[in-house]
Design a protein around this ligand. Structure first.
Ligand SMILES: Cc1cc2nc3c(=O)[nH]c(=O)nc-3n(C[C@H](O)[C@H](O)[C@H](O)COP(=O)(O)O)c2cc1C
Length: 341
């Protein structure tokens, strides 16, 4: 109510990235203020606490913040106060990056969706990992890592770049997500190429440590490819999967073609990818037969869409775009009304 009636109309007058920056500013202030955290808890916290245990970690509830909202790790405590059961920060990259030129985030209100080509803007692994050292969180902290957005870093250097962030993240993360599906980098190619993924996982060597390592897939990954990629991941002790990242497709949208071409490239998120993302989760579940936990993400903006992901095989859920359209009240609603597995 507070969000939809009062805040959203004001926020939606701003450009999408400016609105996000404002949300980050307020949340970052709350991250270091016990008073603001208490206030956030009173307004948005509470609801059913459906505790879940995966990878030996206690999740206060199965609703998490998806990667990309808090790229620099300045808000995890504030997100805990809002009622999230876990947070995933990042993607972080070995070298700091300003990302792509602005504008690079766009609302599609007729589709309850967003298009972004942020391009992995973040302050870099060193600064962010240092910041995360004393957060004193009582919910699991996921750190999402990606390759620095710089096309001149490729081949062996690309793998060293990922490995740098991975090894640093081990010191603070409860779990690490390897983002192999970012569509917004100069190269246009991702680590969803089987050969590239094999070299990457061989070098990261998840078996050598006790922190669960997850892999995040694109919503556009075809069934056959997914099977191949999971086979590779299973050879390298991947502990679970995050499904899904954004889409490059523009099919079946209500938004006018002219508006879409004015926006240009970027990853589509929100309601428009919800069912496609459910299908990827179903395929993953079929392949894994419940042997590994799946974090379902992509277009959750209601109890119905959350339930579809759980029914498709997701154990934990994450939200980002739904938060933009529905506000933080969505977290409690999902906790109270979704039937989790
Ligand atoms: C503006 C924006 C930035 C994002 N940045 C990242 C990122 O850095 N790393 C990542 O793994 N996913 C990123 N994502 C993808 C989300 O984590 C999520 O997978 C995707 O948006 C689908 O979920 P949603 O429909 O709930 O937003 C980003 C999404 C948005 C909207």
């Amino acid at each position: 109510m507070l969000y939809k009636n009062l805040l959203k109309p004001v926020i939606f007058k701003k450009d999408a990235e400016e609105a996000h920056d404002l949300a980050i500013k307020i949340s970052s202030a709350a991250n270091y203020s016990v008073l603001l955290q208490a206030l956030a808890s009173i307004i948005y916290g509470g609801g059913k606490n459906i505790e879940k245990k995966y990878w030996g970690l206690k999740f206060k509830n199965p609703i998490g913040l998806a990667a990309g909202f808090d790229k620099n790790g300045t808000t995890p405590k504030a997100m805990e106060a809002l009622g999230f059961g876990f947070v995933e920060i990042g993607s972080i990259t070995a070298k700091p990056s300003k990302g792509n030129p602005k504008p690079r985030a766009f609302r599609l209100p007729d589709d309850n969706s967003l298009i972004n080509r942020m391009g992995l803007n973040n302050e870099g692994t060193d600064v962010i990992i240092d910041r995360l050292k004393d957060q004193n969180l009582s919910i699991p902290l996921g750190v999402n890592i990606a390759k620095t957005n710089d096309a001149s870093i490729h081949g062996k250097d690309a793998i060293s770049d990922y490995t740098y962030s991975y090894e640093k993240a081990l010191s603070v993360a409860d779990y690490i997500t390897v983002n192999i599906s970012c569509p917004n980098t100069g190269e246009g190619k991702t680590f969803e190429d089987p050969e590239a993924l094999t070299s990457l996982l061989k070098n990261l060597n998840p078996s050598a440590n006790e922190i669960p390592t997850l892999v995040k897939f694109s919503v556009d990954t075809e069934k056959k490819v997914l099977q191949k990629l999971v086979d590779i991941c299973e050879n390298y002790n991947i502990a679970g999967y995050v499904a899904t990242n954004t889409s490059s497709s523009r099919d079946d949208l209500n938004t006018k073609k002219s508006a879409l071409s004015a926006i240009g490239n970027g990853g589509l998120s929100g309601a428009a990818i919800s069912r496609k993302s459910d299908a990827v989760i179903s395929t993953l579940y079929e392949i894994l037969q419940g042997s590994k936990p799946i974090i379902g993400v992509g277009g959750i903006d209601s109890v119905e869409s959350a339930q579809r992901k759980v029914d498709a095989g997701a154990n934990l859920l994450q939200i980002y775009t739904g938060l933009v359209y529905e506000g933080p009240g969505l977290i409690k609603k999902l906790k109270n009304e979704t039937d989790f597995r």
